[in-house]
Design a protein around this ligand. Sequence first.
Ligand code: 13P
Length: 250
Amino acid sequence: MRNYVIAGNWKMNKTPAETTALINEMKPLVAGAACDVVLCVPYVDIAAAIEAAKGSNIKIGAENVHFKANGAYTGEVSAEMLTACGVEYVVIGHSERRQYFGETDQTVNLRTLAALNAGLKAIVCVGETLEQRELGYTETLLKYQTKMVLTNVTAEQLKNVIIAYEPVWAIGTGVTATAEQADEGNGYVRAAVAEMFGAEAAENITVQYGGSMNPKNAEELLAKENVDGGLIGGASLKAEDFSIIVKAVK
Ligand code: 13P
């Protein structure tokens, strides 16, 4: 049984007061959803988000996590700190982290292990750049990234992993992958999971698509066999747009 998950990634947007207002606006719009609904918010907004989401079907996530339990890592936040605040999900290895903050498949893997060991659900991102796609490396790269980020994850822990296929060229650009490209990319991810963990685990894992998903294209993307949800950037900052995407999961 595959679980559908629509997750918002707010990136570097919203103050705590704005968080409270937006979640209060979203709550009635996403009530009764046919999928899990998650909002991944900046660290400073977590307390406000958890308070505002109380009693609703919205779950709260962070946008990153460090791989050490504690220590001299200025500016970082550990998995235990997140669970202590009531956080249930965390985005790991977003392409913006890889592009601007030097994250690699190795650090993404370490962060994933730390999150899973602390009992968090990890939304782990993979995706090719336009250059890699044009050179014909999409399949090779997606399988390689998937295997790298899942190294040393146990079969039991895999149940708490969501993989988000986010083609880098489709993020924040307004250029969405076609439903066929999304299905194909997600299929490569699933194939890599099958090679590592077997067919049943691959069948059951949630693979999201992310990259300019919006109220207009969500239904077509989510109808695809391999697309089990979405990781939504820009459209998750607008209550109505986000709720339309949530309701596109039938
Ligand atoms: P956009 O939906 O704004 O393209 O962002 C996608 C994304 O990066 C979600 O993590």
